[in-house]
Write a protein that binds this ligand. Sequence first.
Ligand code: ZN
Length: 497
Amino acid sequence: MIDTNETDTPAAGNRPGPENSQASGIRPAARLWLRDPLAVHLGAGVDQDQAARGIVIDRATETIVELVPAGGEPSSGGADGATGADEALEVVDASAHVITPGLINTHHHFYQTLTRAWAPVADLSLFGWLLNLYPVWARLTPRALELATTVAMAELLESGCTTAADHHYLFPSGMDEAIDIQVDVVRRLGMRAMLTRGSMSLGEEAGGLPPQQTVQDSDVILDDSRRLVEIFHQRGPGAQIQIGFAPCSPFSVTTELMRDSAALAAELDVRLHTHLAETIDEEDFCRETFGLRTVDYLESVGWLGERTWLAHGVHFDDSEIGRLGAAGVSVAHCPTSNMRLASGIARAVELEDAGVAIGLGVDGSASNDASNLIREVRQALYIQRLRYGAEAVTCDRVLDWATKGSATALGRDDIGTIEVGRQADLAMFRLDGLPFSGSHDPIPALVLCGAEKADRVMVGGQWRVIDGRAIGADGVELDKEALIAAHQEEARRLVAG
Ligand code: ZN
């Protein structure tokens, strides 16, 4: 038994748990007991007493192997010596923490961390915002993308996120290996990712919105999409890297490419992602260009099925909500982005009630401008309460969106919940700081008091955040000072042109 918390008391506010054994070279124990948490988010309507005394992780299988109920001890032996020493069990005192499944982000554009809070677009809605940003983004370089991806993922990780989807659709000259660059960053940080091979093929010369230098030929896009799946896509429980296909939006991609992407996704059995029904401008574009509303367009190109998850989904009518639910489409709800660009309030509760899985997305950092997923949970709660009232939109419900719903949107059933057999992807939030002082109930406190950062984050049984700081897959703390300096320099260069 290795109990590293013998002198800890919650009142003293000591940091929990062992030092990072990966970094220190000490061989970690085979199993880990996260003991006596304030609360565990097991899901809306689930009996929380099942895990009142914590969670046991098996490092070899990288999974959750036991929930310890109220009054119980881990079945393989306790950690207090009274029930038998167990040298294979390490204990982390979680008595100041709420534990949630690792949060899952379903929509982002990592490269946009280079254009956060840029005054020329700070007060514009979607189409004007895009037209000003496209020429800046067209100057993206491999180095800038590497840094932007690292910044976005590290920021997500420290906010409690363990799996992140990225929608990268920008492949200007010299950026042919954009997704390869992102794969390297994911591996370095030790997170999980759904990296989508995005695309734009409808330039302004053909009636699209993006400038010509940002679009590619369909053949190039489809060949690269196939290549990426063959090289990087992992299947089954515990997958670290997955590839999906993500034509950008109806106004930046040809109808043929939408159809061909769906056919290739079916052939290779990977997921499909796109922006849809984000704004009224987009709705107007679809009517004028295709003579169809957005969901009719989606159906016409073979996308109305379980393989598809949509970013935003703000402007659907009643019948469209029913059709999306019946088809098993999922939606990445992006509250902050929808407020920042004044796009509207997604009908998330009605979509979910109709059978659409709702995940959360922070969206790209040019329209959020933060990559903070626990903050997004709070934003979702508040914007949805404006539409549906407080009773319908509970703290548990929005936490389910950021975990279970997001996992479903990404086509995964091995992550997103705390259950025996699931991947050991967890986030631990301390509730002993000023913002939580005087709070009574841990789950509402986590959401309502405004948690900003996780204290600890685990991916597949390995600590990736300790004491609020990101630890790379090599066990070494991320040098954020150097990262920020290099990223800032690239950001300035990009905007300067
Ligand atoms: Zn987006």
